[in-house]
Design a binder for this molecule. Structure first.
Ligand code: ZN
Length: 352
């Protein structure tokens, strides 16, 4: 990955963007993708849409969601501790003991997620699974009055943990799900620079995926594409305690995972696979026998139906503060989508 691309990915990740509060990430996306789009706009829902070759045909939508998981302040105790709800799906057991930023109107405030220490728990309590209301955020204030002078109910919260490179081409961060996808669809516009192609390309950094695929609904309706490809992350199963019999065989570094199944248009799927083979891009196949939990689901069900594909980036430890992926896989997603766009024209019949 070039230095410039890496710095785009890093700044996208470092911009906090829990579902419903995406604009910091969208600002980064606009700044980095804008120079490569003929036109870039933000719709009424907050989706950012970079457009190339607007009058072309067919219209192809590429979607990656920029919203991440987070928390939301719900209640401030008399002592100034913050109780919170989750934004998106969490394993409550791994929330305690983390540094967080509460994003207030005057900027981020450092806090920690607290929980009763193991030493002072009763035997009963040790056996019990944590519930979200057993946890709190400690921002170091002396009472409710001081907390309220800083924080408002409804303020979003994210882990402070950001991007770091690991060995080989691996990297760790919070929120690779799915800023890696939002990044990849933005990078496609850069890769298309100076190339001639027939399709009109709409790369969308979608909002509110983690709370119900909501940005994909509105942006797909607005763009009205013939073909739509969502880029999201999928579970890599190459670590301990992952049952391949249940989840399939997906590895980090083995290339984009191309989905097959009811959520996927068979012509798009075949074209993606053929494109990968022709371009010598490694790929994996993922079985998806029903509607997926990704933007691809909302896109496919738009208007009278959209020819939909799903390309996924293998990811370990999804929805934790240590999501781990291969940067090479992310690059290969961008390459695959770019090569796909170059091959699409009106002669392709996407009717299943
Ligand atoms: Zn997710």
């Amino acid at each position: 990955m070039t230095k410039k691309s890496l710095s785009f990915l890093k700044s996208l990740i470092e911009a906090p963007s829990p579902s419903g509060f995406e604009q910091p990430a969208q600002k980064v996306w606009r700044k980095n993708v804008g120079p490569y789009a003929d036109r870039i706009e933000t719709d009424m829902h907050g989706n950012c849409i970079g457009i190339k070759n607007e009058g072309g045909s067919p219209r192809v939508l590429l979607a990656g969601h920029c919203d991440e998981l987070g928390f939301m302040v719900q209640y401030i105790t008399d002592e100034g501790f913050l109780h919170f709800r989750t934004i998106g799906g969490f394993d409550v057991n791994i929330i305690p003991g983390r540094r967080v930023h509460v994003h207030t109107k005057n900027g981020p405030i450092l806090g920690v997620t607290g929980k009763k220490a193991i030493h002072v728990m009763t035997d009963e309590e040790r056996k019990k699974k944590s519930e979200i209301h057993d946890l709190w955020i400690d921002i170091g204030v002396k009472d409710k009055k001081e907390a309220e002078s800083l924080v408002s109910v409804g303020d979003p919260v994210t882990y402070t943990v950001a991007f770091e490179k690991m060995r080989r081409d691996l990297a760790v961060s919070r929120a690779f799900d799915d800023k890696a996808g939002s990044f990849a669809v933005g990078e496609v516009l850069r890769m298309l620079s100076g190339k001639s192609f027939k399709a009109a390309v709409y790369s969308v950094s979608t909002v509110q995926e983690e709370v119900g695929l909501r940005g994909a609904h509105t942006s797909a309706y607005g763009v009205d594409p013939k073909v739509g490809i969502a880029v999201d992350v999928t579970h890599a199963t190459d670590h301990p305690d992952m049952d391949k019999k249940r989840v399939g065989d997906i590895k980090l570094g083995a290339g984009p995972a191309i989905s097959r199944g009811a959520n996927i248009n068979p012509v798009v799927e075949r074209m993606l696979i053929q494109t990968a083979e022709e371009e010598k891009i490694p790929y994996q196949i993922e079985a998806a026998p029903r509607g997926t939990g990704t933007d691809a689901n909302a896109i496919q069900l738009t208007r009278a139906g959209v020819a939909t594909g799903l390309v996924s980036i293998p990811l370990r430890y999804m929805h934790t503060a240590v999501e781990t992926l291969s940067l090479k896989d992310v690059e290969n997603v961008t390459k695959l989508l770019t090569a796909f766009v170059l091959r699409v024209d009106d002669s392709v019949d996407f009717t299943p």
